[in-house]
Ligand binder design. Structure first.
Ligand SMILES: [Zn+2]
Length: 148
């Protein structure tokens, strides 16, 4: 049985779910909330590590700051793009004022910066805000990558 590991966007529990049911009724075994929820998750250090290391799916992280105008302008597009990729791409947000050490570790010094990860490894990044259509194209290209 093919399975997918998915970290819960609500409680950070790592779930292993059969691929066949993944899209339909993926419910977290710890908190009973939907794993298919696409609302970008604002992560602390622990949540960030779990999501990038333990998800089988690509994780797209937006490094932002609440007082950054381009970041705030992009936020609705980021959230809207995420809706198209339940259990295919997990969209996260890192508030660089709350967890500056994560931004420092990845050399993020301009906002917004977005970094795509797979199995804890950086795939690529964009250093600028992107409109919804381009975010979707990027996410789509990440799914198509051959990771084997
Ligand atoms: Zn949960």
């Amino acid at each position: 049985m093919e399975t997918l590991k998915a970290v819960c966007p609500h409680c950070n529990n790592t779930n292993t779910i059969p691929i066949e049911v993944a899209k339909k009724e993926a419910i977290c075994e710890a908190c009973s909330q939907a794993l298919t929820d696409t609302t970008p998750v604002v992560c602390d250090e622990e949540g960030f590590k779990k999501h990038i290391d333990e998800n089988d799916m690509v994780v797209l992280v937006d490094f932002y700051s609440p007082d950054c105008a381009p970041c705030n302008a992009m936020a609705p597009d980021f959230e809207a793009a995420a809706k198209n990729f339940p259990l295919e791409v997990r969209f996260l947000k890192i508030d660089t004022t709350m967890t500056p050490e994560i931004a420092l570790r990845y050399g993020v010094n301009e906002l917004p910066t977005m970094i795509a990860f797979k199995n804890g490894v950086e795939l690529n990044r964009f250093v600028s805000a992107l409109p919804k259509a381009q975010l979707e194209m990027w996410a789509e290209s990440l799914i198509q990558m051959d990771f084997r």
